[in-house]
Design a protein around this ligand. Structure first.
Ligand code: 5AD
Ligand code: SF4
Length: 482
């Protein structure tokens, strides 16, 4: 058995099976045999790295890709000087794309020094035909390109890339397939992302995600529960349920289930300490979910509730399907029902046609909701989305000025909100040794705030009671109260 795969029982004298995941296991074994030979010839182990751009969904995908790379015999590294390098890309905003091209130039240089190097690209950016055309034209050294829908086929694609000198390109427009039971190599031993659904059906007018991640599909509750039970057995105490819009989980299943019902089932899993989830679309957040969160012992007191804009006029053009008043009413209900809840959000500044008045509405919502923190983004034009062809794009200097004003307000309120916990002793799940000061460890509170305190490696993955001494804005300095 290796990473849950009994390779001895995979019969390589037969052709690759057609059903999944058996087919991928066959290709994993084939890749393993190829790489063993290559490694013997070179007289050294082969190394691989996966670099992630973008969101937690991509982080989780990268863990699955690393799981396969490890299973086929690569030694995982975080250095780009490796025999196999895979970039898992993001395209939600233009600067995500620019970063990828920048890094790719550097990889080309590395490949000149190591001709055995295999370079692969996957993720959201690859779903855009213009990107693939550009790679074909100007980045001929890339060996393998695949997209978001056929990521489960990575072992098979890897074999093609290892056996061929030409550039392998395999991009699907969409899929309704979900393949279970493939290996994953977690970044953290004690916490893990868990996909509960893929894709998005909302088509917010600025957003490219529905075009690159396809239609919404939910995993079956039993598959999710089985995965989490396995993770818990393997030492995981905190999970993050992942989906573009978790509140619409289960609607397309043969036997529909609500997100709140799924949470109740997950809550029953013994040994699991904390449940997080993201992202919640305000339009689909049900009273049932609030009730379940309220009585739960495991669901974290944190809700990420993207606002995008406070202007009802813009929200309509954004196709968000709620207005300012509905959002404020929802936030108020949440604060009333779960008083210690930490609320965070995403806000876009400079959406086409945004006026000072629209922007004032955004500031007004921020002041009234009082977010614990917020991700603020400058609107980025994404080709193919309805907003990209809207007239009256806002001039850059106006957007920059609004962005700065919003950031100042968000930070000021965030600081005030965070400091409310000063003096309390609360459980912290320790994540790692502090990078700047190795006498400290870093972890998170239930509400997602970061805490640094004196500690050592033995605390990693443990829930430690910490006295919160000093609030530094978006993080705390504390002391273990053991
Ligand atoms: N420009 C700027 N921000 C965007 N987001 C999505 N699309 C765009 C875009 N075109 C932001 C939204 C979303 C977050 C993940 O990214 O705020 O919630
Ligand atoms: Fe994009 Fe809207 Fe879907 Fe979120 S809900 S991924 S912002 S289209």
């Amino acid at each position: 058995m290796y990473n849950g795969i009994a390779f001895d029982s995979v019969d390589m004298t037969l052709p690759a099976p057609t059903e999944e995941p058996l087919r991928q296991r066959w290709f994993m074994k084939r890749a393993r045999l190829l790489l063993e030979k290559r490694s013997r010839e070179l007289g050294r182990p082969l190394t691989a790295m996966v670099k992630t751009f973008g969101c937690q969904m991509n982080e989780r995908d990268s863990e699955k890709l690393r799981g396969i790379l490890e299973t086929v015999g690569y030694l995982l590294t975080d250095q780009e000087e490796a025999d196999f390098v895979l970039y898992n890309t993001c395209t939600v905003r233009e600067n995500a794309n620019l970063k990828v091209y920048g890094r790719l130039g550097y990889l080309g240089g590395l490949k000149k020094k190591n001709p055995h190097m295999v370079i692969a690209m996957c993720g959201c950016m690859m779903q855009e035909p213009e990107v693939v055309a550009k790679l074909q034209q100007s980045y001929r050294f890339v060996n393998l390109i695949f997209g978001t829908h056929n990521i489960y086929k990575f072992a098979e694609l890897l074999v093609s890339a290892l056996e061929n000198d030409r550039m392998i390109i395999d991009i699907w427009k969409d899929t309704d397939k979900i393949v279970e039971d493939l290996p994953a190599r977690r970044t953290y031993a004690f916490k893990s992302g868990v996909n509960i659904m893929f894709g998005c059906n909302n088509f917010c007018s600025y957003c490219i995600v529905p075009y690159v991640r396809g239609r919404e599909r939910s995993r079956r509750p039993l598959d999710i529960i089985r995965e989490i039970e396995g993770l818990v057995k393997d030492g995981v105490v905190e999970i993050m349920l992942l989906g573009q819009n978790v509140n619409s989980y289960g609607k397309t299943l043969e036997e529909p289930v609500t997100f709140a019902q799924l949470l109740q089932e997950i809550e029953k899993i013994e040994g699991l300490g904390r449940i997080r989830f993201m992202t919640s679309h305000p339009k689909d957040l049900s009273d049932e979910l609030i009730a379940v969160m309220k009585q739960s012992k495991k669901i974290c007191r944190h809700l990420h509730l993207p606002l995008q804009s406070g202007s009802s006029r813009l929200l309509k053009i954004m196709n968000r399907k709620y207005d300012k008043e509905q959002y404020l009413a929802l936030a108020e209900k949440l604060r009333r029902e779960i008083p210690d809840l930490s609320l965070t959000t995403d806000i876009i500044v400079g959406f086409p046609g945004e006026t000072e008045e629209d922007f004032q509405d955004t500031l007004d919502v921020v002041r009234r909701v009082r977010y614990d923190s917020a991700f603020t983004f400058i609107y980025s034009k994404r080709a193919g989305t309805p907003a990209a062809v809207m007239e009256n794009q806002v001039p850059e200097d106006v957007v920059k000025d609004r962005f700065d004003r919003l950031l100042r307000l968000v930070q000021e309120i965030g600081k005030e909100r965070s400091s409310r916990l000063q003096g309390q002793t609360l459980p912290v799940l320790v994540e790692h040794i502090n990078e700047q000061d190795t006498s400290l460890v870093t972890g998170r509170l239930d509400n997602n705030l970061t805490v640094h305190f004196p500690g050592d490696e033995s605390m990693i993955g443990k829930m430690v009671p910490v006295s919160l001494k000093e609030c530094k804005g978006f993080y705390y300095l504390g002391e273990a109260a053991l």
